[in-house]
Design a protein around this ligand. Structure first.
Ligand code: SF4
Ligand code: SF4
Length: 444
């Protein structure tokens, strides 16, 4: 069968050779380390603290309750003492009220965990509740609470549950390693999700540049009649939700609509693994797997870290930088933001740190548009980036919206191909935020 894909897109160098053969290494925080848990690590209302300064907390203990329906609880990833609750910097640059816990190094576990694991007999409500109580959100970067995603509107008939294993962002390799090292658990995680939608089929969609993962997942999936592997063409942004849904199901998600409106639910690899851990093992979300990569780090690799662990301490523990980086990117280089401060914690949505030497991250100077149309040919959303860029520079938000600028998925494909080095995606990203705010306020 041919490889599935979407329309347009690009083929950037993948940079995955730094880490795709590196097994996942567990890195624990030191005794005495201060763990920081921002109350907003997800889309939706911030969580509400249920501990106070001076409290002793246990590993896996809930320390903040969901602040609304679209919200998610937070659990301590160590045992220790609550030192403070105060605003702290986060990887995205925002300052967010956070619970700070001093790790006592004992990893003394909350005794209520791991009790109820008769999951094969759980009903739908209990499965969703386990996922909700475990604090699981989209770990691919979106941070949307997973229990909400798994509770679509009643008029949405879900027939596709898709595991997003494309991992199309350059440098990122954690999904690849999870597929090789935690194969059975990943497939079982999808099987658990399918219990919620008995009429759906499960698809694990993997880019063709991971043949070993395709082979291993296919072997395990063969034991599940309702799960199959979809081989994808290696092309960026194959892992973007709308592009993935099109590749797997042939359906298009209309502007402003949800994947559920097209009968699909998409979750990334680490999220599905967290679902398995929450439902089958009764463990909340306390850790995540991240790629540390780029030509500025001494030991690129895939690391399992505790949520709340300090990024600067983490890099030092791995062996530090071999050269002072010119740029550190949170996530992949196509969509991830450059970081201004490494003295921040890993949060639920931290997927990678890509550290580039100054020579590798020179930002070229913008030149005049030569109207070559390459950006239009590359845009996976069928937009006209050059026209949207003009609307943005003119601050013509009405025209930006009229030309579907809100549908920009900020993938960076247009900037990548532009021979004039126009900062298209960067400009469109900012303008999209402003236009959405104005639209919400009824001003355009
Ligand atoms: S950043 Fe936006 S405009 Fe540019 S290629 Fe991606 S979707 Fe299209
Ligand atoms: S790719 Fe760059 S130079 Fe070509 S049309 Fe688009 S903005 Fe202009």
């Amino acid at each position: 069968m041919g490889l599935k894909t979407f329309k347009r897109g690009i083929h950037p160098p993948d940079g995955k050779a730094y880490t795709n053969t590196k097994a996942i290494e567990i890195l624990m925080p030191d005794e005495g380390a201060l763990m920081v848990f921002p109350l907003s690590q997800h889309i939706g209302a911030p969580a509400t603290p249920i501990v106070q300064k001076g409290d002793r907390v246990l590993l896996g203990q809930k320390i903040a309750e969901a602040g609304g329906f679209v919200s998610s609880p937070i659990h301590s990833s160590v045992s220790g003492t609550v030192k403070d609750i105060k605003p702290m910097s986060t990887p995205g640059g925002a300052v967010v009220n956070s619970i700070i816990i001093e790790n006592d190094g004992l990893m003394e576990e909350d005794p209520s965990l791991g009790k109820d694991t008769d999951y094969k007999n759980f009903d739908k409500e209990k499965i969703v509740n386990k996922i909700k109580e475990a604090g699981i959100v989209g770990l691919g970067g979106a941070g949307f609470p997973t229990h909400v995603k798994l509770s679509p509107p009643p008029d949405c008939k879900i027939d596709h549950i898709i595991v997003n294993a494309a991992e199309c962002e350059p440098y990122l390799t954690t999904d690849h390693r999870v597929m090789l090292e935690k194969t059975e658990r990943l497939v079982e995680g999808l099987n658990i999700m399918l219990k919620l939608f008995p009429e759906a089929k499960g698809y694990i969609a993997i880019e063709a540049n991971k043949p070993d993962a395709i082979e291993k997942i296919s072997e395990v999936a063969a034991n599940y009649p309702n799960i199959s592997v979809v081989k994808l063409l290696t092309k960026y942004p194959q892992g973007s939700e709308k592009q993935l849904i099109y590749a797997v199901s042939g359906r298009e998600v209309e502007s402003g609509k949800l994947p559920a409106n097209a009968g699909c639910i998409v979750d990334n690899v680490d999220t599905v693994l967290a679902i398995e851990r929450a439902v089958a093992k009764d463990r909340p979300l306390m850790r995540r797997i991240v790629t540390l990569s780029g030509d500025a780090v001494a030991n690129p690799g895939n690391y399992q870290v505790r949520i709340g662990m300090n990024m600067k301490d983490f890099i030092e523990k791995t062996g530090g930088f071999k050269e002072e980086p010119g740029k550190v990117i949170a996530g992949g280089p196509m969509m991830g933001p450059a970081m201004c401060n490494l003295d921040v914690p890993f949060i639920k949505t931290s997927s990678a740190l890509v550290c580039l030497t100054p020579a590798s991250c020179v930002l070229p100077e913008e030149m005049n548009c030569i109207r070559c149309g390459k950006c239009v040919d590359a845009c996976p959303m069928g937009l006209m980036p050059t026209l949207l860029n003009k609307c943005a520079l003119d601050k013509d938000y009405a025209a930006f919206v009229a030309n579907d600028g809100i549908d920009c998925i900020e993938c960076g494909s247009c900037s990548y191909v532009c021979p004039a080095k126009r900062h298209l995606a960067q400009t469109l990203r900012i303008t999209k935020r402003e236009a959405m705010a104005l639209k919400k306020a009824g001003k355009i």
